[in-house]
Design a protein around this ligand. Sequence first.
Ligand code: NAD
Ligand code: TYD
Length: 361
Amino acid sequence: MRTYLVTGGAGFIGSNYIHYMFKKYGDDIRIINVDVLTYAGNLENLKDVADKPNYTFIKADIRDRAAIEKIFAENDIDRVVHFAAESHVDRSIENPEVFVETNVLGTLVMLNAAKKSWELPEGGFKEGKKFLHVSTDEVYGSLDNDPDAYFYETTPYDPHSPYSASKASSDFLVKAYMDTYKFPANITNCSNNYGPYQFPEKLIPLMINNALSGKKLPVYGDGKNVRDWLYVEDHAKGIDMVQEQGNLFETYNIGGHNEKQNIEIIHIILDTLLELLPESDPRRGNVSEQLITYVTDRKGHDRRYAIAPDKIKAEVGWYPETMFAEGIKKTIAWYLENEDWMANVTSGDYQKYYEDMYKNR
Ligand code: NAD
Ligand code: TYD
């Protein structure tokens, strides 16, 4: 039975990945989820798998070398899928340090622990071991002027935010380990994800939550920045396909072929909410275009991200399956059905975060 060590599995993409993997492989795999449970980590995301005999949760910090080495020493890990990171651009602008600590140094700890555990005394690595580093298309910078330009695996790195700079640094560390030690790894650089369990600091769940409670919908700048949105389950599938069918040592871009301006997304959310909410639902009265409020732009705001997922399609056979119209409907339906989840994650520290982040906009 193959054993996976998933870092950051209690976060948005990590928890969707764990659900996807159990759906696909059932009891044929074992998953060890290592997560320190920052504000973004939530075990409620995994409550339906928590009791599975082939699932284990370990609360540990990826920066803690001893804790991570112990996990490798006590388990024969076949696959590492490394999601754990600080992931929000706005927070990175306010507080870059923790992004370097977790995203760069934490990745180094993961690489060293895997390398140490998988190395053979005669050189090389144990057969079949693989590390997948989950990264972002934001490392490529911004596509500002040319509407026909896309990010390819060969696009030079040009990160702008402290978040994307920290992810770029971690990508380079993984590349260095592959080049220097022939460490068995892949890197995936994915576009913006959306779907269930996303923390409401990110555009889509923040707008859904605010609209349902009649709060302003804060649009940064002119609202015309473009992101390339991918349904999170498609990302999970892409990661698994790269790890099992991709060529080792390669980078693969994963993207939705689904570019939308932020303001378009907000209109789609409002329309979908009105479509899905029954007349009798008291939240329906809150949903209104009047809530749209243009606010001060994000510092260094990247204009456009867009991936051409040609390589992953040609070499791995992956392509984005979920049409945006279908994915956003599923996502909004999930948030409507999971009001308690939203209430829990927005209690406590979230209120203070929201006041601090949006007070001067
Ligand atoms: P998230 O913020 O929802 O989850 C991050 C998880 O990592 C949380 O569970 C958190 O508790 C955990 N974590 C943070 N610091 C840790 C530490 N020091 N030790 C152990 N665990 C720690 O993030 P996400 O949106 O699920 O993103 C997951 C990964 O995918 C990240 O590496 C991110 O850069 C990448 N990515 C995200 C997107 C996106 O649209 N969200 C797109 C492309 C790539
Ligand atoms: P976000 O979800 O933070 O993802 P990223 O910055 O990593 O792409 O933001 C997506 C886009 O939405 C980005 O252009 C910034 C914009 N945005 C707003 O206009 N208002 C908001 O309140 C938030 C959180 C984001």
